[in-house]
Structure formats: C-alpha cells, structure tokens
Design a protein around this ligand. Structure first.
Ligand SMILES: NC(=O)c1ccc[n+]([C@@H]2O[C@H](COP(=O)([O-])OP(=O)(O)OC[C@H]3O[C@@H](n4cnc5c(N)ncnc54)[C@H](O)[C@@H]3O)[C@@H](O)[C@H]2O)c1
Length: 301
C-alpha cells in the first residue's frame, strides 16, 4: 500500500459519532478528536466504575456523551439522528474472550446486533465515512506462524472472536446491499493486543502485571511463548483516524485492514512480562501458568 499520512486538522469541525466512547480505546479516541476540534457524540454503556479512563480524563466534559445500550435501537437511532454525523467509529463491543465463554448470547447480541444497529442508523440517516473496529481474532486460525492476510477466511474460534467475524460479515453485507450504491465508504480495521494507559480490563497482560505487582503477588502469564502483535493504543488509533479520513476523501480507500506492527516488532508474552518486571523493579516476577488443553486457556493471553 502507498504510504499514507494523516492530518488531524482534517477533523476540525467534523461531526463524529463514536460507539464505545466510555471504554479504553474510545476514551483515547474522544480525547484525540476533541483536541483536534471535532464535534463528537459518544454512545455507550456507563463507564466502568473504579477506575475508568473516561472518568479520570474527564472525557464527558468535552463531548456529547449519550449513555445507552447498542441493542436499544430506538435510543441509538434517536442519538444518531440528533448528532447527524459525517464520520462513524464503531467500537462498542463485549471485547473480552473469557466473558465470551461465560456469556456467549450476550456477546453475540452486543457484537453482532450492535453492528447491525449502527449500520442501520447510517443507512437511514446517512454518513460520509464509517469504520468498524474488529480484531485480528476474526480469522480462521490455521496456526500459521506469521499473521494473516486480509482476504483469509473469517471464522473466529471462540464466541468473542466469532462474534467479531460475524460483525465483519454484517459489514460486508451492508456494503454490498446498501452502502456501495449509496456511495458511503465503509472499512473494518482488525487490530489486536493493544496496550496503553487507562486499560483496566481483565485478562489483559499489562493490567494483569500491574494488579499483581501492586499487590505484591506473582504475575500469572498463561502463554509466555506465544508471539503477539502488541501495539500501543495510539498506533491503532492513528490507523483508524487515517482510514476514516482517507476513505472520506476518496472512496477507493474503503476496505478491510489488518492493523499491527511489523513481524520484527512482535514479542512473546513472556518477553513483555520481562520488560514489565524490569521497569517495575522491586520484587516484580512472573510465572508460567499454561494449563494446556482447553480452548479457553489457549486463547487467553
Ligand atoms: N483492547 C484491545 O486489545 C482490543 C483488541 C482487539 C479489538 N478490540 C476492539 O476494540 C474495541 C474497543 O475495545 P476496548 O479495549 O476499548 O474495550 P472496552 O471494554 O474498554 O470498551 C468497550 C466499550 O463498548 C461499550 N459497550 C459494551 N457493550 C455495550 C452495549 N451493549 N451497548 C453500548 N455500548 C457497549 C462499553 O460501554 C465501552 O465503552 C472493541 O470493539 C474491541 O472488540 C480491542
């Protein structure tokens, strides 16, 4: 792909609708866009209690924050109609693999019907650029050593990953059935293993490291020898902003994008835990707790 450059000035004055704005990535995205002078409306569930980046960074003060369920179509539709956005970033999701195993129906309802609902809003009220944020787990896992290409089969293994594959397929159908004809550019962005300040979620390696070390406990690393495309939150955000801008300006940029570091920048989870322990100092240490066997232990890293 040609080298693309993003200019945040593009977003000044643009009307933006972000689902999932109370979450980790959503809060960073709101902050970036409001600093760029965009007019942002967010639609999500309440921020998590204690702690939450949304509250710490006081995101609600700089955007129009609507609290609602993405499955409540009437409420979502009303918020969308009121906002009349030009650009839509869809991030709202149940994003945790383990929760997907515990609550598969909820995960599918949120991740699949949530996508239908936001795309339906765009179909009814219009948009000039839509980005659906999915994950690198959307692919059928063929245990290849190095990554996936965008045209590989979509068939995530566990309920979370699979619901995101479905979210991709819903997007493809809306593109083929409606948006192509209406001239609305839509992309999906498949990133994974994002790290950065303000992530307090369960089963994520850096928050797990901090929680354990702050309590004087040994960090449990489930798959220390798995190589993962770890990336700082500003990296996928940069890609999301660039894709949304580029396809707004020229529809040829709409498509399906993998978002991740170069192969040489991927590290094993154990190496990341080592980096953490060196930086934390004191008595920080980790141990390997791979239990083998079941899909869940294999999939959570
Ligand atoms: N963080 C990562 O490493 C990572 C990796 C791959 C993909 N993703 C994707 O990026 C997106 C954002 O992830 P995150 O890490 O910021 O997660 P997060 O849990 O911090 O945020 C999720 C957001 O979705 C909202 N949400 C959840 N269920 C909802 C519902 N029923 N109705 C309305 N809003 C709802 C939450 O309120 C929150 O604002 C998700 O789509 C996730 O699947 C994240």
């Amino acid at each position: 792909m040609e080298k693309m450059v993003m200019d945040l000035k593009f977003y000044k004055g643009k009307k933006i609708f972000i689902t999932g704005h109370t979450g980790f990535k959503g809060s960073w995205l709101c902050k970036t866009l409001s600093m760029a002078g965009a007019v942002v409306t967010g639609y999500s569930l309440e921020p998590p209690t204690n702690p939450s980046l949304f509250e710490i960074a006081q995101i609600g003060k700089t955007i129009d924050s609507v609290i609602g369920d993405i499955c409540d179509f009437e409420k979502l539709k009303a918020a969308y109609e009121e906002a009349q956005p030009e650009i839509v970033f869809h991030l709202a999701a149940q994003p945790i693999v383990r929760t997907g195993y515990e609550q598969p129906r909820y995960t599918y309802a949120t991740n699949v019907m949530g996508t239908v609902n936001i795309l339906e809003c765009a179909r009814l009220y219009g948009a000039k650029s839509i980005l659906n944020v999915t994950t690198d787990k959307v692919y059928l896992n063929r245990e290849w050593e190095w990554g996936f290409r965008e045209d590989e089969p979509l068939d995530g293994f566990d309920p979370y990953s699979n619901s995101k594959s479905c979210s991709e397929l819903v997007t493809h159908s809306y593109v083929n059935s409606f948006f192509k004809e209406e001239g609305i550019p839509v992309s999906t962005a498949r990133a994974g293993n994002v790290i950065g300040g303000g992530d307090f979620a369960r089963d994520r390696i850096i928050p797990d490291c901090i929680r354990a070390s702050a309590n004087g406990e040994t960090i449990i690393v489930r798959n220390p020898y798995s190589t993962r495309p770890y990336q700082h939150v500003l990296e996928p955000l940069y890609a999301y902003l660039m894709i949304a801008q580029k396809q707004y300006e020229d529809k040829k940029y709409s498509g399906y994008y993998n978002v991740g570091p170069n192969e040489t920048d991927c590290v094993q989870t154990g190496e990341l835990a080592d980096i953490f322990c060196n930086a934390w100092g004191e008595d920080a240490k980790w141990e390997n707790k791979f239990m083998g066997g079941g899909g869940l232990t294999k999939l959570i890293s």
